[in-house]
Design a protein. Structure first.
Length: 551
């Protein structure tokens, strides 16, 4: 099923610009493939092959095993690695520092004390951007707040999306979510009422992390374009992903803090293989961090704890969470390819993350830099600015710092932005109780774009090449691209997916099995073509206020 289709445009290139056509981009092999010659005998460059993309993404696992919190040694090393790769392509780079509050994990453990018997409990992970205990564990009685399992999560999410201010971004969305969580709360009352029904002061609280399940029609019904070629995204197809679950955790921790809890154990509604290494919430600015330390456990471990708590005898736990919380710094990495025009397009992604697909946008950008650097500057209609931001895992500190520092030059020169996050993602779901597996489908893909002719046409053209794609308007607060709009008032196209494993570290299958490198290669081809098409658009079609200075 395809909803709304924009007719494709065809561009006639002059002989001198034949190198800017992507029709000859290399195919799927490991080596570059020379494309056919253009009308004047000129050859466009070949895109790197699939094996190169696979190698570049696999290299991410060399840095912290893939876990690269903002400002960590692993992220700094990865940024240096990217810079060296770009310089090897003959392109200069600049490193632009920014500051923020760091949260760097240093270890966590949980044990129960039942009488004199102390037993370790397997945890899925610590809760990041929350409280710490230091080296000495906190010991307290465990209580289960059952009411949180009834949070009307799906209704709250839909209401928040429907009430979203297009200019509000993630910050406004989270404010709306917190408001609705407090008002709608649980089926028995509000979130605060659920906590108020039990004395949690001085206790370690066991709670169920809400797992909202939306019909995917809640998204596709709001889309301006949908490509569901094989009919796998019907209106009632369930869509549940951990990145939606995490939106509720900050509000729960805040409520626990206000109620005087000294620790938290969040039960993830996933089996162990999908719960391991869960790293969320990751997006909170430091002023919003809870002081309550916590860990996650998987579904089975949570069920065992609940069963033990159903007996009359009290249960005590020892909880330890250690992390570095200090003033840190990292770098945004920028590479610029000048063009015939002073006007530019930005291609962007982020360098921090949890695994090799969060984020492999920089891998796509490396391939694009390599491609466009082989085209003479006089044959590039627009300049291209490649911005590798950090800080996605620190309240988006890097991209905010970049936009604020460069606002005076972005406004008069940049025609638009393409933000790339999580390409080549395969869908991995729980196919039977306790068993995860690949579905044989790619993860649903979202493009967020302005509802204007040129940008909507490009987002639609991209979506039409890949099944299970939708184009949403820009009031959806997902992806880093929103800050180019919110701070610099720039139009942007955001590409993003949200697979189950997106925010997990320590799952090597993300690199070896869960990434479809053939798909990723085709997507990079499509991004190259998107850049070319936008480069050939009159400036006034992209930003009307710059029409008069188009050259």
């Amino acid at each position: 099923m395809t909803k709304y289709r924009t007719q494709p445009r065809h561009f006639l290139l002059s002989a001198s610009a034949v190198a800017m056509t992507a029709l000859g981009i290399a195919g799927c092999g490991s080596d570059r493939i020379d494309p056919p010659a253009g009308p004047d005998g000129a050859l466009p460059p070949a895109l790197v092959g699939v094996d190169t993309l696979r190698q570049w993404q696999s290299e991410i696992d060399q840095f912290g095993g893939g876990l690269r919190p903002t400002g960590s040694d692993a992220e700094h090393a990865y940024i240096g690695h990217l810079a060296a790769q770009i310089r090897a392509m003959g392109v200069d780079v600049t490193l632009e520092p920014y500051s923020f509050k760091r949260w760097i994990p240093a270890g966590a453990e949980l044990a129960t004390r039942d009488g004199d018997a102390v037993s370790p409990v397997a945890i899925a992970n610590y809760i990041p951007q929350a409280g710490v205990t230091g080296a000495t564990p906190v010991e307290a009685q465990v209580v289960y707040v059952a009411g949180l399992s009834n949070v009307a999560a799906s209704a709250i999410l839909v209401s928040s999306l429907n009430n979203q201010d297009p200019a509000g971004g993630l910050d406004q969305f989270m404010q709306q979510l917190a408001l609705l969580t407090g008002e709608l709360g649980t089926t028995g009352g509000t979130l605060q009422a659920a906590l108020g029904s039990q004395d949690v002061a001085g206790k370690i609280v066991l709670f169920d992390v809400p797992r909202p399940t939306l019909p995917i029609g809640a998204l596709t019904s709001l889309a301006v374009h949908v490509n569901d070629r094989d009919g796998t995204m019907g209106p009632t197809t369930p869509y549940a992903r951990p990145f939606l679950d995490m939106l509720f955790v900050p509000e729960i921790l805040s409520a626990l803090q206000a109620a005087g809890a000294v620790g938290a154990i969040g039960v993830l509604d996933y089996p162990q293989e999908a719960a391991r290494g869960t790293y969320h919430p990751f997006f909170m600015p430091s002023e919003s961090w809870s002081t309550v330390p916590g860990v996650y456990v998987d579904r089975a471990t949570g069920a065992a704890l609940k069963e033990r708590l159903s007996t009359a005898a009290p249960l005590y736990a020892q909880l330890r969470v250690e992390a570095v919380q200090d003033d840190g710094s990292s770098n945004n990495l920028v590479a610029v390819l000048p063009g015939k025009s002073a006007l530019e397009l930005i291609v962007s992604s982020h360098t921090d993350g949890t695994n090799s697909i969060e984020d492999n946008g920089p891998v796509a950008m490396l391939a694009m830099i390599d491609y466009f650097a082989r085209i003479p500057a006089e044959q590039r209609p627009r300049g291209l600015r490649f911005v590798f931001t950090g800080g996605h895992f620190a309240g988006s500190a890097g991209i905010k710092a970049y936009c604020e520092a460069h606002l005076a030059e972005l406004l008069p020169t940049v025609l638009g932005v393409i933000e790339i996050e999580h390409i080549g993602a395969r869908e991995w779901l729980e196919h039977s109780p306790g068993a995860m597996g690949l579905t044989g489908l790619n993860e649903p893909q979202v493009l967020i774009a302005p509802v204007t002719d040129a940008y909507l046409a490009e987002a639609t053209r991209f979506a039409d090449q890949f099944d299970r794609s939708m184009v949403l308007p820009q009031d959806f607060p997902f992806g880093e691209g929103q800050y180019y709009r919110n701070i610099a008032q720039l139009p942007y196209i955001q590409y993003i997916t949200g697979p189950v494993y997106l925010l997990n570290h320590g799952i090597p299958e993300v690199t070896s099995q869960f990434t479809d490198y053939e798909l990723a290669h085709r997507q990079v081809q499509a991004f190259v073509q998107m850049v070319i098409n936008l480069s050939l658009e009159p400036a006034g079609n992209l930003r009307p206020e710059l029409a008069a200075i188009d050259d």
